[in-house]
Design a protein around this ligand. Structure first.
Ligand code: URA
Length: 281
């Protein structure tokens, strides 16, 4: 399967195939199998994407994406703290070890295991989600459930692959659950307690572009008012510690709001354009 066809297949999986197809190029005719091929020129894709899918600035943000939850509290005797300064000096092995035994917040009480992050430690692309869900808590890897399948398809559409020049991390390393043991977004306190681990991961990876997947990732990394809608953050190249950061919808939100997949694709096109424009890429 050619790269063009592979990308077409991923876009189809994202529900975007027909929007991004171009009829009858020489390449497609020579290849035979597919009549409509996806445009591979990223600049052309971005221009078309953004022109076609400009957000209306009235975004539906899922209730599940709003971190308005009470943290699970730990008694002072149960908290072990590692100073921010110490974390900021750690190498990968030290960081993994300290995360695996972390008790900085109450999420440690109910976790099966911590979910550190996965991918190429020298990746140019960093994707940041919210926090592990049930599947991730069980398997110890981010985005392994249905949202992860969509994320993998988003990678494919971008010509990327999990583990190859990509790193996936979350704002919190332990699964947040509500009283009924259902997944919930992390509380602000839980996100803050975990943030120095992600900061150190970012410093070690030195990515070229960061993509914030959803509201929790965006407001935590950009230190914004939690009431800020994702729709207000899309379409702009933000900065996290001088690195370009693009905000898009969380894959789980996209699974519930299929019509917003085209907006997410426009965001990914902006991210690809930003990557292409960055001298260190
Ligand atoms: N949602 C996230 O934000 N992160 C995961 O790892 C899984 C689901």
């Amino acid at each position: 399967m050619s790269n063009q066809h592979r990308r077409a297949a991923f876009l189809h999986e994202m529900g975007l195939g027909p929007i991004w197809s171009q009829r009858g190029t020489a390449a497609s005719q020579a290849d035979g199998a597919v009549k409509d091929v996806v445009v591979t020129d990223i600049r052309a894709m971005q221009t078309t994407a953004i022109a076609d899918t400009r957000p209306a600035w009235v975004e539906q943000v899922s209730a599940a994406a709003v971190p308005m939850h009470a943290p699970v509290t730990l008694a002072a005797s149960e908290v072990t703290t590692t100073s921010f300064a110490d974390i900021a000096q750690m190498d990968w092995a030290q960081l993994k070890s300290v995360v695996a035994s972390c008790t900085q917040c109450g999420l440690c009480k109910s976790r099966t295991q911590t979910v550190f992050g996965v991918g190429d430690q020298k990746a140019k692309w960093l994707f940041v989600g919210e926090g592990p869900g049930r599947n991730e808590d069980f398997q110890g890897e981010p985005f392994v459930g249905p949202a992860g399948k969509l994320l993998d398809n988003m990678f494919g559409a971008m010509g990327l692959k999990r583990g190859e020049n990509t790193y996936i991390a979350n704002i919190v390393k332990c699964r947040p659950t509500d009283a009924s043991k259902r997944d919930r977004p992390p509380a602000a306190e839980e996100a803050a307690a975990c943030m120095s681990y992600l900061e150190r991961q970012i410093a070690l990876i030195k990515p070229t572009v960061i993509v914030a997947l959803g509201k929790t990732a965006a407001i935590s990394l950009l230190k914004l008012d939690p009431a800020t809608p994702v729709g207000k953050l899309r379409g702009t190249v933000h900065r996290y510690a001088d690195l370009p950061l693009i905000v898009t919808y969380h894959p789980a939100y996209l699974l519930r709001n299929l019509k917003d997949k085209s907006k997410a694709w426009a965001d990914l096109c902006l991210a690809m354009q930003t990557y292409a424009d960055t001298p260190s890429a």
